[in-house]
Design a binder for this molecule. Structure first.
Ligand SMILES: [Mn+2]
Length: 210
């Protein structure tokens, strides 16, 4: 059986570094797509730090993110801009997207709360987000991070990564577990989509562009 000889590029770890400064936030991010799930996240929003470390862990991405934002106003700018920077990191690290699987799907249950989430995505280059969080209780007592904040983050991320993203809550309404399921499922479905398949020559598209 002829062994497909992998080109050196196929082995090279895909990395990116992004810094972004506005009057509202200053953010620096570093990503390795072919990592082991290690992360160092400091956004000043503890619940978001928790979600992004789960995202990195379950996606096997190595991720660093340091954000300094106008939290004295509220967490909106820092939350949204963190999504922008991580989106840009994925776009940059994916570069020409050669050999990637492109599509990813993940279901993640959180057994004790019977919450269940499905994430389906396409690294199509045509960004959009479909996420109707209507069934989830809107507010967290402690963390102050809401399901609407998560939607803002997912919108900023998918727009700047060029990803068509579908998030569906199939069961459950407990916010902490629902959001944990979403960020874990996002990590797992992205890991599948960015995976390089040696049998794939060029792009996973008959149009030849992504
Ligand atoms: Mn948790």
């Amino acid at each position: 059986m002829n062994k497909t000889k992998k080109s050196p590029a196929a082995h090279k770890a895909r990395r990116a570094l992004v810094t972004r400064s506005t009057k509202e936030t200053r953010i620096r991010g570093r990503l390795c797509l072919d990592g082991g799930g290690a992360s160092r996240i400091r956004t000043g929003i503890p619940f978001l730090d928790h979600m992004l470390s789960l995202f990195a862990k379950h996606g096997l991405f190595d991720l660093e993110l340091t954000a300094r934002g106008d939290l004295e106003v509220d967490n909106h700018h820092t939350n949204e801009d963190s999504g922008i920077v991580i989106g840009e990191l994925f776009k940059k690290a994916l570069a020409d997207k050669r050999g990637i699987r492109r599509y990813g799907t993940a279901f993640v249950p959180m057994d004790e709360s019977l919450s269940k989430v499905r994430v389906v995505l396409d690294i199509s280059g045509r960004p959009s987000l479909f996420f109707e969080p209507a069934r989830v209780k809107m507010y967290f007592a402690n963390s102050g991070y809401t399901v609407m904040d998560a939607r803002e983050w997912l919108k900023a991320f998918s727009t700047h990564a060029g990803i068509n993203l579908h998030v569906d809550i199939l069961k459950g309404d407990e916010p902490h577990h629902i959001l944990e399921s979403i960020f874990k499922a996002l990590g797992r479905s992205l890991a599948e989509a960015v995976h390089r398949d040696p049998r794939l020559k060029g792009l996973a598209s008959t149009k030849g562009v992504l």
